[in-house]
Design a protein around this ligand. Structure first.
Ligand code: GLA
Length: 517
Protein backbone atom coordinates (compact mmCIF):
# COMPACT_ATOMS: atom_id res chain seq x y z
CA UNK A 1 0.00 0.00 0.00
CA UNK A 2 2.62 2.38 1.07
CA UNK A 3 4.64 1.84 -2.04
CA UNK A 4 1.71 2.38 -4.34
CA UNK A 5 0.76 5.62 -2.60
CA UNK A 6 4.27 6.80 -2.79
CA UNK A 7 4.39 6.20 -6.45
CA UNK A 8 1.18 8.04 -7.11
CA UNK A 9 2.44 11.10 -5.39
CA UNK A 10 5.58 10.97 -7.29
CA UNK A 11 3.74 10.66 -10.55
CA UNK A 12 1.54 13.63 -9.69
CA UNK A 13 4.63 15.53 -9.03
CA UNK A 14 5.78 14.78 -12.49
CA UNK A 15 2.51 16.14 -13.96
CA UNK A 16 2.86 19.62 -12.31
CA UNK A 17 6.34 21.26 -12.33
CA UNK A 18 7.87 21.13 -8.86
CA UNK A 19 8.33 24.93 -8.13
CA UNK A 20 4.75 25.79 -9.13
CA UNK A 21 3.39 23.05 -6.93
CA UNK A 22 5.47 24.28 -4.03
CA UNK A 23 4.31 27.87 -4.45
CA UNK A 24 0.70 26.78 -4.75
CA UNK A 25 0.92 24.64 -1.62
CA UNK A 26 2.55 27.33 0.45
CA UNK A 27 -0.08 29.87 -0.63
CA UNK A 28 -2.86 27.46 0.19
CA UNK A 29 -1.44 26.46 3.55
CA UNK A 30 -0.54 30.06 4.25
CA UNK A 31 -4.09 31.21 3.70
CA UNK A 32 -5.54 28.31 5.66
CA UNK A 33 -3.16 28.83 8.55
CA UNK A 34 -3.68 32.63 8.56
CA UNK A 35 -7.42 32.18 8.76
CA UNK A 36 -7.09 29.40 11.27
CA UNK A 37 -4.31 30.82 13.47
CA UNK A 38 -4.37 34.62 13.36
CA UNK A 39 -6.99 35.91 15.69
CA UNK A 40 -6.59 39.62 16.37
CA UNK A 41 -8.72 39.41 19.50
CA UNK A 42 -6.94 41.19 22.33
CA UNK A 43 -5.24 44.47 23.21
CA UNK A 44 -2.97 46.29 20.78
CA UNK A 45 -1.02 49.52 20.97
CA UNK A 46 -0.48 51.59 17.85
CA UNK A 47 2.57 53.86 18.00
CA UNK A 48 2.58 56.69 15.48
CA UNK A 49 5.84 58.69 15.33
CA UNK A 50 5.28 62.40 15.98
CA UNK A 51 8.36 63.36 13.96
CA UNK A 52 10.32 64.72 16.94
CA UNK A 53 11.42 61.39 18.40
CA UNK A 54 8.19 60.61 20.27
CA UNK A 55 5.33 58.24 19.50
CA UNK A 56 1.64 58.87 19.97
CA UNK A 57 -0.08 55.79 21.38
CA UNK A 58 -3.59 54.59 20.61
CA UNK A 59 -4.92 51.36 22.07
CA UNK A 60 -7.18 48.88 20.28
CA UNK A 61 -9.31 46.39 22.13
CA UNK A 62 -10.24 44.07 19.25
CA UNK A 63 -12.61 41.14 18.96
CA UNK A 64 -12.49 38.91 15.92
CA UNK A 65 -15.27 36.53 14.82
CA UNK A 66 -14.47 34.98 11.45
CA UNK A 67 -13.53 37.95 9.30
CA UNK A 68 -15.54 40.43 11.35
CA UNK A 69 -13.74 42.84 13.68
CA UNK A 70 -15.52 44.66 16.50
CA UNK A 71 -14.24 46.36 19.65
CA UNK A 72 -13.11 49.84 20.63
CA UNK A 73 -10.18 52.16 20.45
CA UNK A 74 -8.81 54.11 23.40
CA UNK A 75 -6.71 57.23 23.36
CA UNK A 76 -6.32 58.96 26.70
CA UNK A 77 -9.71 58.97 28.37
CA UNK A 78 -11.51 58.70 25.04
CA UNK A 79 -13.07 55.40 24.18
CA UNK A 80 -14.73 54.94 20.81
CA UNK A 81 -16.47 51.88 19.41
CA UNK A 82 -15.36 50.40 16.11
CA UNK A 83 -18.34 50.90 13.85
CA UNK A 84 -17.29 48.46 11.12
CA UNK A 85 -14.26 46.24 10.71
CA UNK A 86 -12.87 43.27 8.80
CA UNK A 87 -9.75 41.14 8.80
CA UNK A 88 -9.21 39.02 5.74
CA UNK A 89 -6.14 37.81 3.85
CA UNK A 90 -3.89 39.50 6.39
CA UNK A 91 -5.52 42.91 5.84
CA UNK A 92 -7.20 44.74 8.70
CA UNK A 93 -9.65 47.55 8.09
CA UNK A 94 -11.83 49.34 10.61
CA UNK A 95 -13.66 52.60 11.05
CA UNK A 96 -14.30 54.77 14.09
CA UNK A 97 -16.72 57.70 14.13
CA UNK A 98 -17.05 60.46 16.69
CA UNK A 99 -18.50 63.95 17.03
CA UNK A 100 -16.20 66.96 17.21
CA UNK A 101 -17.15 70.63 16.81
CA UNK A 102 -20.73 69.42 16.26
CA UNK A 103 -19.74 67.41 13.22
CA UNK A 104 -19.48 63.69 12.70
CA UNK A 105 -15.87 62.66 11.95
CA UNK A 106 -14.82 59.31 10.54
CA UNK A 107 -11.36 57.87 11.06
CA UNK A 108 -10.21 54.96 8.87
CA UNK A 109 -7.59 52.49 10.03
CA UNK A 110 -5.94 50.11 7.54
CA UNK A 111 -3.30 47.57 8.41
CA UNK A 112 -1.28 44.69 7.04
CA UNK A 113 -0.17 41.83 9.22
CA UNK A 114 3.62 41.50 9.21
CA UNK A 115 5.18 38.89 11.48
CA UNK A 116 2.86 39.29 14.44
CA UNK A 117 2.70 43.10 14.15
CA UNK A 118 0.35 45.25 12.12
CA UNK A 119 1.69 47.99 9.92
CA UNK A 120 -1.08 50.59 10.06
CA UNK A 121 -2.19 53.79 8.40
CA UNK A 122 -4.73 56.10 9.99
CA UNK A 123 -6.68 58.66 8.01
CA UNK A 124 -8.40 61.55 9.78
CA UNK A 125 -10.64 63.61 7.48
CA UNK A 126 -8.82 66.63 6.11
CA UNK A 127 -5.41 65.59 7.45
CA UNK A 128 -2.51 63.75 5.83
CA UNK A 129 -2.49 60.04 6.72
CA UNK A 130 -0.26 58.93 9.59
CA UNK A 131 1.39 55.52 9.89
CA UNK A 132 2.81 53.37 12.63
CA UNK A 133 3.18 49.85 13.95
CA UNK A 134 0.63 48.14 16.19
CA UNK A 135 1.84 45.48 18.62
CA UNK A 136 0.10 43.26 21.07
CA UNK A 137 -0.05 44.59 24.63
CA UNK A 138 -2.02 44.03 27.83
CA UNK A 139 -5.12 45.98 28.94
CA UNK A 140 -3.04 47.40 31.83
CA UNK A 141 -0.91 49.37 29.38
CA UNK A 142 -3.95 51.50 28.51
CA UNK A 143 -4.71 52.31 32.13
CA UNK A 144 -3.43 55.43 33.90
CA UNK A 145 -0.76 54.79 36.56
CA UNK A 146 -1.94 54.26 40.15
CA UNK A 147 -3.07 57.34 42.06
CA UNK A 148 -0.33 58.96 44.14
CA UNK A 149 -1.30 60.34 47.57
CA UNK A 150 -1.84 64.10 47.74
CA UNK A 151 -0.42 66.53 50.30
CA UNK A 152 -2.61 68.12 52.96
CA UNK A 153 -3.75 71.58 51.95
CA UNK A 154 -1.84 74.61 53.10
CA UNK A 155 -1.28 78.11 51.73
CA UNK A 156 1.72 78.40 49.43
CA UNK A 157 3.58 81.68 49.96
CA UNK A 158 3.12 84.40 47.33
CA UNK A 159 6.09 84.33 44.94
CA UNK A 160 5.91 88.10 44.50
CA UNK A 161 5.64 87.84 40.70
CA UNK A 162 3.09 89.09 38.15
CA UNK A 163 2.06 92.25 40.01
CA UNK A 164 0.35 93.19 36.75
CA UNK A 165 -1.05 90.66 34.24
CA UNK A 166 1.74 88.76 32.43
CA UNK A 167 2.48 89.89 28.87
CA UNK A 168 4.33 87.98 26.21
CA UNK A 169 3.91 85.33 23.55
CA UNK A 170 2.87 81.68 23.64
CA UNK A 171 3.44 79.12 20.91
CA UNK A 172 0.22 77.11 21.01
CA UNK A 173 -2.40 79.13 19.11
CA UNK A 174 -0.29 79.48 15.97
CA UNK A 175 2.25 76.66 16.08
CA UNK A 176 0.71 73.88 18.22
CA UNK A 177 2.96 70.81 17.69
CA UNK A 178 5.23 72.63 15.24
CA UNK A 179 7.00 74.89 17.73
CA UNK A 180 10.78 74.46 17.76
CA UNK A 181 14.01 76.10 18.89
CA UNK A 182 14.27 78.26 15.76
CA UNK A 183 10.71 79.59 16.10
CA UNK A 184 11.27 80.47 19.76
CA UNK A 185 14.51 82.34 18.96
CA UNK A 186 12.73 84.08 16.09
CA UNK A 187 9.94 85.26 18.38
CA UNK A 188 12.47 86.62 20.88
CA UNK A 189 14.31 88.49 18.10
CA UNK A 190 11.04 89.90 16.78
CA UNK A 191 9.69 90.88 20.17
CA UNK A 192 12.70 93.14 20.48
CA UNK A 193 12.88 94.31 16.85
CA UNK A 194 9.20 95.31 16.59
CA UNK A 195 9.23 97.24 19.84
CA UNK A 196 6.84 94.81 21.53
CA UNK A 197 9.37 94.46 24.31
CA UNK A 198 9.38 98.23 24.83
CA UNK A 199 5.61 98.31 25.32
CA UNK A 200 5.69 95.56 27.94
CA UNK A 201 5.69 92.12 26.29
CA UNK A 202 8.45 90.08 27.91
CA UNK A 203 7.66 86.36 28.25
CA UNK A 204 8.41 83.94 25.40
CA UNK A 205 6.46 80.83 26.36
CA UNK A 206 6.89 77.37 24.88
CA UNK A 207 3.63 75.42 25.10
CA UNK A 208 3.05 71.68 24.63
CA UNK A 209 5.19 69.27 22.51
CA UNK A 210 8.73 70.18 23.59
CA UNK A 211 9.15 67.02 25.70
CA UNK A 212 11.16 63.93 24.97
CA UNK A 213 11.61 60.83 27.16
CA UNK A 214 12.95 60.75 30.72
CA UNK A 215 16.55 59.62 31.16
CA UNK A 216 17.67 56.75 33.39
CA UNK A 217 17.48 59.02 36.46
CA UNK A 218 13.95 60.12 35.56
CA UNK A 219 15.00 63.59 34.37
CA UNK A 220 12.81 64.99 31.62
CA UNK A 221 14.66 65.65 28.36
CA UNK A 222 13.52 67.79 25.43
CA UNK A 223 12.79 66.20 22.06
CA UNK A 224 14.60 66.69 18.75
CA UNK A 225 12.93 70.07 18.15
CA UNK A 226 14.78 71.54 21.15
CA UNK A 227 18.42 70.45 21.09
CA UNK A 228 19.53 72.48 24.12
CA UNK A 229 17.03 74.05 26.48
CA UNK A 230 19.63 75.83 28.61
CA UNK A 231 21.19 77.42 25.54
CA UNK A 232 17.74 78.48 24.34
CA UNK A 233 16.87 80.04 27.69
CA UNK A 234 20.24 81.83 27.71
CA UNK A 235 19.51 83.19 24.23
CA UNK A 236 16.07 84.53 25.23
CA UNK A 237 17.57 86.06 28.38
CA UNK A 238 20.32 87.69 26.30
CA UNK A 239 17.54 89.66 24.56
CA UNK A 240 16.35 91.01 27.90
CA UNK A 241 13.32 88.71 27.83
CA UNK A 242 12.06 85.85 29.98
CA UNK A 243 11.16 82.32 28.93
CA UNK A 244 8.30 79.97 29.80
CA UNK A 245 7.71 76.24 29.63
CA UNK A 246 4.71 73.91 29.83
CA UNK A 247 3.78 70.66 31.59
CA UNK A 248 0.90 68.73 33.10
CA UNK A 249 0.31 67.33 36.58
CA UNK A 250 -0.87 64.17 34.79
CA UNK A 251 1.28 61.45 33.23
CA UNK A 252 0.61 62.91 29.76
CA UNK A 253 0.05 66.43 28.47
CA UNK A 254 -2.97 67.30 26.38
CA UNK A 255 -0.98 66.55 23.21
CA UNK A 256 0.04 63.17 24.67
CA UNK A 257 3.61 64.13 25.65
CA UNK A 258 5.38 63.31 28.92
CA UNK A 259 3.78 65.05 31.93
CA UNK A 260 5.16 65.70 35.41
CA UNK A 261 3.14 63.08 37.32
CA UNK A 262 5.29 61.75 40.18
CA UNK A 263 8.22 63.94 39.04
CA UNK A 264 6.96 67.34 40.22
CA UNK A 265 9.99 68.47 42.23
CA UNK A 266 12.43 66.88 39.79
CA UNK A 267 10.83 68.72 36.86
CA UNK A 268 10.64 72.02 38.73
CA UNK A 269 14.37 71.64 39.46
CA UNK A 270 15.07 70.91 35.80
CA UNK A 271 13.14 73.98 34.61
CA UNK A 272 15.01 76.12 37.15
CA UNK A 273 18.38 74.65 36.11
CA UNK A 274 17.60 75.36 32.45
CA UNK A 275 16.69 78.93 33.43
CA UNK A 276 12.93 79.02 32.93
CA UNK A 277 10.88 81.86 34.40
CA UNK A 278 7.29 80.71 33.85
CA UNK A 279 5.41 77.41 33.95
CA UNK A 280 1.99 76.72 32.42
CA UNK A 281 0.64 73.63 34.14
CA UNK A 282 -2.17 71.98 32.21
CA UNK A 283 -4.58 69.52 33.90
CA UNK A 284 -5.07 67.17 30.89
CA UNK A 285 -4.54 63.52 31.89
CA UNK A 286 -4.48 64.33 35.61
CA UNK A 287 -8.24 64.09 35.13
CA UNK A 288 -7.90 60.33 34.48
CA UNK A 289 -6.46 59.90 37.98
CA UNK A 290 -7.85 62.66 40.18
CA UNK A 291 -11.24 64.28 40.67
CA UNK A 292 -11.99 67.97 40.28
CA UNK A 293 -12.01 68.37 44.06
CA UNK A 294 -8.38 67.12 44.18
CA UNK A 295 -7.18 69.96 41.97
CA UNK A 296 -6.13 72.28 44.73
CA UNK A 297 -3.81 69.67 46.29
CA UNK A 298 -2.48 68.63 42.87
CA UNK A 299 -1.62 72.23 41.94
CA UNK A 300 -0.28 72.96 45.41
CA UNK A 301 2.29 70.20 44.89
CA UNK A 302 3.80 72.06 41.94
CA UNK A 303 3.35 75.46 43.62
CA UNK A 304 5.50 74.20 46.50
CA UNK A 305 8.00 72.58 44.13
CA UNK A 306 8.50 75.81 42.17
CA UNK A 307 9.07 77.84 45.34
CA UNK A 308 11.55 75.26 46.56
CA UNK A 309 13.73 75.74 43.47
CA UNK A 310 14.52 79.24 44.71
CA UNK A 311 14.10 80.60 41.17
CA UNK A 312 11.30 83.13 40.55
CA UNK A 313 8.91 81.19 38.29
CA UNK A 314 5.45 82.50 37.36
CA UNK A 315 2.90 79.72 37.96
CA UNK A 316 0.14 79.58 35.36
CA UNK A 317 -2.72 77.19 36.16
CA UNK A 318 -4.55 75.71 33.20
CA UNK A 319 -7.60 73.67 34.13
CA UNK A 320 -10.22 75.41 32.04
CA UNK A 321 -11.96 77.19 34.93
CA UNK A 322 -13.00 73.97 36.70
CA UNK A 323 -13.62 73.75 40.46
CA UNK A 324 -13.95 77.55 40.83
CA UNK A 325 -10.20 77.92 40.56
CA UNK A 326 -10.39 81.69 41.15
CA UNK A 327 -11.28 80.90 44.78
CA UNK A 328 -8.15 78.83 45.52
CA UNK A 329 -5.70 79.73 42.74
CA UNK A 330 -3.70 82.16 44.94
CA UNK A 331 -3.50 79.59 47.76
CA UNK A 332 -1.52 77.16 45.57
CA UNK A 333 0.87 79.90 44.51
CA UNK A 334 -0.93 80.45 41.21
CA UNK A 335 -0.26 83.76 39.45
CA UNK A 336 -2.93 83.20 36.80
CA UNK A 337 -5.54 80.57 36.07
CA UNK A 338 -7.49 79.75 32.97
CA UNK A 339 -11.18 80.48 33.38
CA UNK A 340 -12.45 78.74 30.24
CA UNK A 341 -11.87 76.02 27.66
CA UNK A 342 -9.61 76.69 24.69
CA UNK A 343 -10.05 79.78 22.55
CA UNK A 344 -9.97 79.46 18.77
CA UNK A 345 -9.42 82.05 16.08
CA UNK A 346 -13.13 82.75 15.45
CA UNK A 347 -15.45 85.53 16.52
CA UNK A 348 -17.91 83.13 18.20
CA UNK A 349 -15.22 81.51 20.31
CA UNK A 350 -13.63 84.78 21.42
CA UNK A 351 -17.01 86.45 22.01
CA UNK A 352 -18.38 83.52 24.03
CA UNK A 353 -15.33 83.51 26.25
CA UNK A 354 -14.74 87.24 26.63
CA UNK A 355 -18.24 88.42 27.49
CA UNK A 356 -18.74 85.66 30.09
CA UNK A 357 -15.97 86.85 32.41
CA UNK A 358 -17.70 89.61 34.36
CA UNK A 359 -19.05 87.52 37.25
CA UNK A 360 -15.59 86.36 38.24
CA UNK A 361 -13.83 89.65 37.47
CA UNK A 362 -13.60 90.60 41.19
CA UNK A 363 -11.22 87.68 41.82
CA UNK A 364 -8.25 89.45 40.25
CA UNK A 365 -5.50 91.31 42.09
CA UNK A 366 -1.76 91.95 41.94
CA UNK A 367 -0.06 88.56 41.64
CA UNK A 368 -3.19 86.60 40.65
CA UNK A 369 -5.21 86.97 37.48
CA UNK A 370 -8.12 85.41 35.64
CA UNK A 371 -6.89 84.02 32.32
CA UNK A 372 -9.56 83.83 29.60
CA UNK A 373 -6.88 82.24 27.34
CA UNK A 374 -4.26 83.55 24.96
CA UNK A 375 -4.76 86.09 22.21
CA UNK A 376 -5.66 85.14 18.65
CA UNK A 377 -4.94 88.64 17.29
CA UNK A 378 -3.16 88.42 13.94
CA UNK A 379 -3.92 84.76 13.26
CA UNK A 380 -6.28 85.62 10.42
CA UNK A 381 -9.61 84.15 11.51
CA UNK A 382 -11.21 87.42 12.63
CA UNK A 383 -11.66 90.91 11.21
CA UNK A 384 -9.79 93.97 12.43
CA UNK A 385 -12.85 95.10 14.39
CA UNK A 386 -13.14 91.67 15.99
CA UNK A 387 -9.47 91.68 16.99
CA UNK A 388 -9.87 95.20 18.42
CA UNK A 389 -12.78 93.86 20.50
CA UNK A 390 -10.51 90.98 21.62
CA UNK A 391 -7.74 93.38 22.73
CA UNK A 392 -10.07 95.91 24.37
CA UNK A 393 -12.08 93.30 26.24
CA UNK A 394 -9.00 91.40 27.47
CA UNK A 395 -7.47 94.68 28.66
CA UNK A 396 -10.62 95.76 30.49
CA UNK A 397 -10.63 92.33 32.14
CA UNK A 398 -6.95 92.71 33.18
CA UNK A 399 -6.31 89.45 31.36
CA UNK A 400 -2.79 88.24 30.60
CA UNK A 401 -1.80 89.56 27.16
CA UNK A 402 -0.08 86.58 25.58
CA UNK A 403 0.12 87.05 21.84
CA UNK A 404 -0.58 83.80 20.01
CA UNK A 405 0.40 84.76 16.46
CA UNK A 406 3.58 84.53 14.40
CA UNK A 407 5.28 87.75 15.46
CA UNK A 408 7.66 87.47 12.49
CA UNK A 409 4.83 88.06 10.04
CA UNK A 410 2.62 90.78 11.54
CA UNK A 411 0.60 93.22 9.47
CA UNK A 412 0.63 96.88 10.47
CA UNK A 413 -2.93 96.48 11.70
CA UNK A 414 -1.96 93.57 13.96
CA UNK A 415 0.94 95.60 15.34
CA UNK A 416 -1.33 98.58 15.95
CA UNK A 417 -3.72 96.38 17.94
CA UNK A 418 -1.16 94.43 19.99
CA UNK A 419 1.02 97.47 20.57
CA UNK A 420 -1.60 100.09 21.43
CA UNK A 421 0.13 101.48 24.49
CA UNK A 422 -2.95 103.28 25.81
CA UNK A 423 -4.91 100.04 25.87
CA UNK A 424 -2.00 98.05 27.31
CA UNK A 425 -1.91 100.65 30.10
CA UNK A 426 -5.52 99.76 30.96
CA UNK A 427 -4.65 96.06 31.10
CA UNK A 428 -1.63 96.80 33.30
CA UNK A 429 -3.32 99.40 35.50
CA UNK A 430 -1.76 99.05 38.99
CA UNK A 431 -5.08 99.54 40.78
CA UNK A 432 -6.12 96.09 39.47
CA UNK A 433 -9.82 96.87 39.85
CA UNK A 434 -12.23 94.53 38.07
CA UNK A 435 -14.25 95.47 35.00
CA UNK A 436 -18.04 95.66 35.37
CA UNK A 437 -20.83 95.29 32.87
CA UNK A 438 -22.60 98.66 33.17
CA UNK A 439 -25.47 98.15 30.76
CA UNK A 440 -26.65 95.85 28.00
CA UNK A 441 -29.20 96.64 25.28
CA UNK A 442 -29.76 93.97 22.66
CA UNK A 443 -26.38 93.14 21.17
CA UNK A 444 -24.63 96.22 22.59
CA UNK A 445 -23.08 96.61 26.00
CA UNK A 446 -21.00 99.03 28.03
CA UNK A 447 -18.14 97.78 30.21
CA UNK A 448 -16.17 99.98 32.59
CA UNK A 449 -13.14 99.70 34.81
CA UNK A 450 -11.84 102.26 37.37
CA UNK A 451 -8.19 103.20 36.85
CA UNK A 452 -5.40 104.28 39.15
CA UNK A 453 -5.33 107.92 37.95
CA UNK A 454 -8.95 108.46 38.97
CA UNK A 455 -10.16 108.00 35.41
CA UNK A 456 -12.28 105.17 34.09
CA UNK A 457 -11.86 102.99 31.00
CA UNK A 458 -15.15 102.47 29.21
CA UNK A 459 -15.74 100.03 26.38
CA UNK A 460 -18.76 100.46 24.11
CA UNK A 461 -19.18 97.04 22.49
CA UNK A 462 -21.40 95.89 19.64
CA UNK A 463 -21.83 92.13 19.34
CA UNK A 464 -24.43 92.58 16.58
CA UNK A 465 -24.17 92.09 12.84
CA UNK A 466 -24.74 95.77 11.90
CA UNK A 467 -23.27 99.04 13.12
CA UNK A 468 -25.13 100.44 16.15
CA UNK A 469 -25.17 103.60 18.24
CA UNK A 470 -24.15 102.96 21.82
CA UNK A 471 -24.69 105.56 24.53
CA UNK A 472 -23.28 105.72 28.03
CA UNK A 473 -24.89 108.27 30.37
CA UNK A 474 -22.36 109.44 32.97
CA UNK A 475 -24.88 108.56 35.67
CA UNK A 476 -24.47 104.87 34.71
CA UNK A 477 -20.83 105.26 35.74
CA UNK A 478 -21.75 107.02 38.99
CA UNK A 479 -20.35 110.29 37.58
CA UNK A 480 -21.83 113.60 36.49
CA UNK A 481 -21.07 116.96 34.95
CA UNK A 482 -18.47 117.34 32.25
CA UNK A 483 -15.91 114.57 31.73
CA UNK A 484 -12.76 114.64 29.64
CA UNK A 485 -13.06 111.90 27.02
CA UNK A 486 -10.23 110.27 25.10
CA UNK A 487 -10.65 107.69 22.30
CA UNK A 488 -7.97 105.02 22.72
CA UNK A 489 -8.14 103.52 19.24
CA UNK A 490 -8.17 106.92 17.51
CA UNK A 491 -5.61 108.29 20.02
CA UNK A 492 -7.74 111.40 20.15
CA UNK A 493 -9.00 113.74 22.88
CA UNK A 494 -12.70 114.38 22.44
CA UNK A 495 -12.82 117.37 24.81
CA UNK A 496 -14.93 117.77 27.93
CA UNK A 497 -18.35 116.27 27.34
CA UNK A 498 -21.44 116.77 29.49
CA UNK A 499 -23.96 114.13 30.61
CA UNK A 500 -23.24 111.23 28.24
CA UNK A 501 -21.18 109.86 25.38
CA UNK A 502 -22.54 108.28 22.20
CA UNK A 503 -20.68 106.55 19.40
CA UNK A 504 -21.45 104.52 16.33
CA UNK A 505 -19.82 101.16 16.90
CA UNK A 506 -19.15 98.86 13.93
CA UNK A 507 -20.53 95.31 13.87
CA UNK A 508 -18.49 93.08 16.25
CA UNK A 509 -16.49 96.21 17.12
CA UNK A 510 -15.68 98.44 20.05
CA UNK A 511 -15.12 102.08 20.87
CA UNK A 512 -12.82 102.31 23.86
CA UNK A 513 -12.53 105.56 25.80
CA UNK A 514 -11.23 106.87 29.07
CA UNK A 515 -13.30 109.37 30.99
CA UNK A 516 -11.87 111.69 33.63
CA UNK A 517 -13.70 114.09 35.93
C1 GLA B 1 -4.85 72.49 26.32
C2 GLA B 1 -4.67 73.95 26.72
C3 GLA B 1 -4.13 74.73 25.54
C4 GLA B 1 -2.80 74.12 25.09
C5 GLA B 1 -3.00 72.65 24.76
C6 GLA B 1 -1.68 71.96 24.49
O1 GLA B 1 -5.83 72.33 25.36
O2 GLA B 1 -5.88 74.49 27.16
O3 GLA B 1 -3.95 76.08 25.89
O4 GLA B 1 -1.85 74.30 26.10
O5 GLA B 1 -3.61 71.96 25.83
O6 GLA B 1 -1.84 70.60 24.28
Amino acid sequence: MKLIEHRRIRSERRLIPYPILLAFCSLLFGAISLAAQTDLTGFWVLRVPTGDGNYRETFFDLKQAGEKITGRILFGPRELPISEGTFSNGKLHFVVTFRFDNQERTVNYDGTMEGGKISMTRVFPGRPPSSGIAERTTPDAALPPPRLPLPALHDVADNGLARTPPMGWNSWNKFAGKVDDAAVRGMADTMVATGMKDVGYNYINIDDTWQGPRDAQGNITPNRKFPDMKALADYVHSKGLKIGIYSSPGPKTCAGYEGSYGHEQQDANTYAAWGFDYLKYDWCSAGDIYKDEDMQAVYQKMGDALLKTGRPIVFSLCQYGLAEVWKWGPKVGGNLWRTTGDISDHWKSMENIGFKQFNIAPFIGPGHWNDPDMLEIGNGGMSGDEYRTHMALWSLLAAPLLAGNDLRAMSDETKSILMNTEIIAIDQDPLAKPAKKISERGPTLVVARPLNDNSMAVGLFNRGEAAATVTVPWSDLGLRGKLKVRDLWAHQDKGAIADQFSATVPAHGVVLITVKP
